[in-house]
Design a protein around this ligand. Structure first.
Ligand code: ZN
Length: 294
């Protein structure tokens, strides 16, 4: 009987191949998981988002508590929380994502001063006309950023509706949210809602993106003397609806405290989100000033 040539053993070779593939696979997993994301709440809608060393500040609000502000069309409110910062929080910021410039609870006096020191602001078209270092984006428009820290970084403007449906849009002015994309996002993109109510465009966002980390502006902003119970931002029930539609892996509520026009108490929001089947496992409640690794 003829023997098989001893040099080639299919069984051993396939085991060898199997290990090569496994090694490659686990190696690529390690590389992807090296993508380091940290989020630190500073104030209201203002967070520091660090992705592989690329530093983003959202809606810079850095004024101290105490003053009353006018937000337009007779809407006024008092700031009740101080920003929580240390000396390095605002150092070497690469980018500001500004959902809208026209409201003082999203862009205040010190925030505006700070914004001049940052190389790039992405915001609405209207906002970009008021700020020398800003680029304005229309809904669904993208902007690519070339940085060695984050390959393929791209920011896309996302529609937002910052007023009750029965009020005209000019009442609150144009607002955008943001999608952050870069190479190696194996679980989906990062989404920041900006100030918005729950509205139909959430279904369109869900069609276009698989979302890993979602950051929602909530608080149920209301001005009863102007528009009764009409909401300008989501409450926790709206947020739960948004999570049902968008199906993100992680949910981070922000912009829900620190101002007198927020009408849903933080405790109520936390209880609702902690008891709901869609949000209880995936919600992260940030503590101001404390970096959270995602
Ligand atoms: Zn606003």
């Amino acid at each position: 009987m003829k023997k098989m040539p001893t040099k080639f053993k299919p069984f051993k070779f396939s085991i060898f191949l199997f290990f090569i593939i496994q090694w490659n696979y686990s190696h690529s997993q390690i590389n992807l998981s090296k993508m380091n994301i940290t989020v630190t709440h500073i104030d209201g809608p203002c967070i520091l988002l660090e992705i592989n060393g690329f530093k983003i500040i959202t809606d810079p609000t850095l004024d101290s508590a105490g003053k009353i502000y006018h937000h337009g069309f007779g809407s006024i409110s008092r700031k009740t929380d101080n920003p929580v910062l240390n000396d390095s929080t605002l150092k070497n910021i690469d980018l500001i994502l500004l959902s809208h410039h026209q409201h003082k609870d999203n862009f205040d006096n010190k925030g505006r001063e700070f914004a001049k020191t940052v190389p790039l602001i992405l915001t609405t078209k209207n906002g970009s006309k008021k700020l020398s270092n800003a680029v304005g984006l229309n809904n669904w428009e993208s902007f690519a950023i070339n940085t060695p820290k984050l390959k393929g970084l791209k920011i896309t403007a996302i529609p937002a509706q910052h007023h009750p449906s029965w009020l005209p849009a000019f009442f609150s002015g144009k607002v955008i949210g943001f999608i952050i994309e870069y190479e190696g996002q194996e679980h989906g993109v990062i989404y920041i809602s900006g100030d918005t109510v729950f509205f139909d465009e959430f279904y369109e966002i869900a069609k276009r993106y698989k979302i890993d980390i979602s950051i929602f502006h909530v608080g149920s902003a209301q001005f009863p003397y102007l528009s009764g119970k009409g909401r300008y931002t989501m409450d926790s029930n709206d947020l739960i609806k948004a999570v049902e539609v968008l199906k993100p892996n992680k949910v981070i509520p922000i912009h829900h405290k620190g101002w007198s026009h927020f009408k849903e108490k933080e405790d109520t929001m936390k209880t609702n989100l902690s008891n709901n089947e869609f949000t209880k496992e995936k919600t992260i409640f940030l503590v101001s000033g404390k970096p959270d690794k995602l």
